[in-house]
Design a protein around this ligand. Structure first.
Ligand code: NAP
Length: 302
């Protein structure tokens, strides 16, 4: 069973494994199957749900909302995270000429209103600014957050893919702590462990949320030298610790990080999710952690 984790000394508990819905539109599930998939996660203790307005070209929140509407009482068991600030240029918004970012108060507010309608919920537990916007006016974002909080539309706020200075800038204008920085962490790319991002979060005792822990599935299939080295090392370690699958080793490797990231899983296959849950007790030694590090970098530690 998946444990609950307290986020930054606030009245907010997340499950240590999070269900990510970026790929929901690709899974070809009926509304009833989407509901069953959600309920299977809840049975495992996975109560935290990660969305973004743009997932599936703006479709995924709606697909999820339709399923939740079949059993609205489930809402109270869930913590729903969603994101805003990426403006996609697609069939829904043909007037846009390029993809771009927008952290204006108007856009944040409109995006939240759309997400609430699409998800068919009254409030969002955690809203993230999806990607850093070089035009971000932190005072304006703070004003948007304050209004959304006051209106009861959003309970908590955080960021995603922010550098430490960007995180500090936004935090400096807010009355309440940012709850997380959601960042990419996997054995092929763990730049955030080296560029100060995870150090900052550990210092503040903020849990990161880790996206694409399995590198979007590339770890299983990629054919570069790095992919092959990492996969071979993960397979050796799986044998050493008695794991059934390298995905269990990858989540254990991420759990080694002292900032204690919450892993977001992107799987549409409940058996892959069950494997991850079954592996929650696996622990790696420091040497095993660094064998993956070395396999990824292609050289020993300095
Ligand atoms: P991921 O877990 O790295 O990748 C999921 C993919 O890996 C799926 O296609 C899945 O296929 C495959 N997979 C999983 N277990 C497998 C196994 N044992 N064997 C073979 N294939 C396996 O996650 P992700 O989807 O890239 O990202 C996870 C979540 O992070 C997203 O849903 C989203 O919520 C969030 N995210 C956030 C950002 C951001 O900028 N904040 C960016 C990207 C993603 P199956 O469906 O067959 O299991």
């Amino acid at each position: 069973m998946v444990n609950q984790v307290t986020m930054v000394a606030q009245q907010l508990q997340f499950s240590e494994l999070v269900q990510g819905y970026w790929r929901l539109a690709e899974w070809g599930m009926t509304t009833q199957q989407r509901l069953a998939f959600l309920e299977q996660h809840l049975e495992l203790g996975i109560t935290t749900i990660d969305h973004a307005d743009i997932y599936g070209g703006y479709q995924c929140e709606t697909l999820f909302g339709e399923a939740l509407a079949l059993k609205p009482s489930l809402r109270q068991q869930l913590q729903i995270v969603t994101k805003c600030d990426i403006n996609l240029c697609n069939a829904k918004y043909p007037q846009r000429r390029i993809n771009h970012y927008d952290t204006s108060k108007l856009h944040i507010t409109e995006s939240v209103n759309n997400s609430l309608a699409n998800l068919q919920i009254e409030n969002i537990d955690l809203l993230l600014i999806h990607r850093p916007d070089v035009l971000m006016d932190a005072d304006e974002v703070a004003a948007a957050f304050a209004e959304l909080k006051q209106q009861g539309k959003v309970n908590h706020f955080g960021v995603s893919n922010f550098a430490p200075a960007q995180f500090d800038l936004l935090q400096s204008r807010l009355d309440q702590s940012l709850v997380t920085n959601q960042v990419e962490i996997n054995p092929l790319n763990f730049e955030v462990a080296h560029d100060g991002t995870l150090d900052q979060l550990q210092m503040k005792r903020i849990h990161p949320m880790a996206w694409s822990c399995l590198a979007g599935g590339d770890i299983f299939t990629g054919s570069s030298d790095q992919h092959i080295r990492v996969r071979e090392t993960l397979t050796e370690i799986a044998f050493e610790i008695g794991a059934d699958s390298i995905n269990q080793v990858i989540y254990a490797w991420i759990r080694c990080l002292p900032s204690k990231p919450l892993a977001i899983m992107g799987s549409g296959d409940i058996e892959h999710v069950r494997l991850a849950v079954a592996g929650l007790d696996f622990r790696l030694s420091r040497e095993q952690f660094y064998r993956v590090w070395v396999a990824s970098k292609g050289h020993g530690v300095p």
